[in-house]
Design a protein around this ligand. Structure first.
Ligand code: NAP
Length: 434
């Protein structure tokens, strides 16, 4: 049996999944690529730490040079995470003409171009299917199966932790802090949940998807980002009354060379396929000019689902079925497409205000929206007779900057107690040219 040697950098959740799949599905893998994949070395910080069962002790090393200098190792699989030393290790593997598979979205979103350029120079592959939406095969689908399309839109639930939190808040009618605590106790959320709940993780993934789909090197910092920490049970309740569910979406659109990139909580119509993606599941919705609408659904994290994507990449490299010149050209080419400022983006908007219950307040607010060319589709008023009442507006399709300017002025009104929330509404079919 022909063998290919690989090294794993890290053997935590994903590395452990890769190890298991390589052993559990050995015959299928040999059948698919004609080689047995052998793990030659595993890099960890502490070689004495008790970890994944059944791994021979001699495979572990804490010295990267052992992997770098081992000529029999052809593929380095980076599943350790973080920017450094992962970036340094990957660049050194590439320089030593080793192919690389990585699941590291934070690294790719920040340094993907540099890494892929270096790989092109050295004539090696860097594959990264697991970096976006775990087990969902979206990267290679965009690169290969959908390569005949011009993409208009990619929209996704790209973070399982926040989808789990929003699902629980919706079903159990509890507040954000309570659900986060429960999610941490069950291991669904990290002890430091910032990357998930503030939308950084979803923004990393959107950066990678948009760069690929629109053929432009998108900078992570160019993605507008809002997390889910300001979502209140009352917003979820109003969403339901109006026929929506709230999801943290990553949205990337291109129209006439201008790219829109944003991650924020979004009102999604109950009838939209993304509305029925619950718990920790991920989904990516793609609109191509030839294929039209597609949706990919599955597990965005976890040892075996993410390991499945990593092993698929290892097999793809072994089969060498892609031409490196073409692949890298397609990835992050320089061009003159530009990124749309957030203020120019268009949407419908949900606005929740708390105001003093006085005659004429509603009219005053409506006329301020009108002054800034924001027309209102519906209004809900609740809490009659109380000193302050809740006012909810859904606007017609309009420009973000107009809504922001209107709210700035509305917020100066003496009768306005609190600007409760502003959430964008994704009603795709109403977009101009959708
Ligand atoms: N978890 C998921 O479901 C998932 C899904 C998609 C993508 N990813 C991505 O996959 C990567 C790995 O995630 P994970 O959840 O598997 O992480 P993890 O469970 O924390 O495991 C990390 C592993 O890397 C090793 N490691 C970390 N820093 C190291 C260093 N400086 N030198 C040597 N070894 C080091 C650790 O070894 P020690 O134990 O010795 O510290 C550990 O074995 C990340 O980029 C993550 O974003 C994860």
């Amino acid at each position: 049996m022909k063998k290919i040697k690989i090294a794993l950098l890290g053997i935590g959740t994903v590395g452990g999944g890769v190890w298991d799949i390589l052993h559990m599905n050995k015959d299928e893998i040999v059948g698919n690529c004609g080689y047995e994949i052998e793990v030659g070395k595993i890099l960890v910080r502490d070689v004495n730490k008790k970890r994944h069962d059944g791994i021979p002790k001699e495979l572990f090393t804490s010295n990267y040079e052992d992997i770098l200098q081992d000529e029999a190792i052809e593929i380095v699989v980076e599943v350790m995470g973080g920017i450094e030393p992962a970036k340094d290790y990957i660049l050194r593997a590439i320089k030593n003409e080793k192919h690389v598979v990585t699941a590291n979205k934070a690294l790719l979103a920040n340094h993907g171009c540099e890494i892929l350029t270096e790989a092109k120079k050295q004539g090696v592959h860097v594959y990264y299917e697991a970096s976006v939406a775990g087990g969902i095969p979206i990267i290679n689908t965009i690169k290969e199966s959908l390569a005949g399309n011009k993409f208009k839109k990619i929209m996704g639930i790209l973070n399982g932790t926040t989808n789990y939190i929003l699902t629980k808040m919706t079903k159990q009618k509890v507040d954000f802090d309570t659900v986060l605590k429960e999610a941490q106790e069950k291991g669904y959320a990290e002890a430091d949940p910032t990357a998930d709940i503030e939308g950084y993780d979803a923004a990393h993934k959107l950066t990678i998807l948009a760069s690929l789909a629109f053929g432009k090197q998108v900078e992570f910092q160019q993605v507008y980002r809002e997390g889910v920490t300001e979502i209140k049970p009352i917003d979820i309740q109003y969403a339901a009354e109006l026929g929506y569910v709230i999801k943290l979406l990553g949205i990337a659109k291109e129209k006439e060379g201008v790219i829109e990139l944003r991650v924020h909580p979004t009102f999604v119509p109950e009838s939209h396929p993304l509305a029925s993606v619950h718990d920790s599941f991920n989904a990516v919705f793609v609109k191509g000019n030839a294929v039209d609408d597609l949706m990919f659904y599955g597990r965005g994290a976890g040892d075996l689902p993410t390991g499945s994507a990593v092993v698929g990449d290892i097999i793809a490299i072994i089969k060498g079925r892609e031409n490196i010149q073409i692949e890298e050209k397609q990835l992050f080419p320089q061009d003159n497409k530009r990124i749309m400022p957030m203020g120019d983006t268009e949407s419908e908007y949900y606005v929740r205000l708390t105001v003093k219950d006085r005659p004429g307040v509603l009219g005053k607010i409506a006329s301020l929206f009108g002054k800034h060319n924001v027309s209102l589709a519906s209004v809900i008023q609740k809490g009659e007779g109380d000193p302050s009442v809740s006012l909810v507006f859904i606007t017609h399709y309009t420009v973000e900057a107009r809504v922001q300017r209107a709210l700035e002025e509305i917020n100066t009104m003496e009768e306005v107690v609190e600007l409760g929330n502003l959430i964008r509404v994704e009603n795709g079919e109403k977009e101009m040219g959708a």
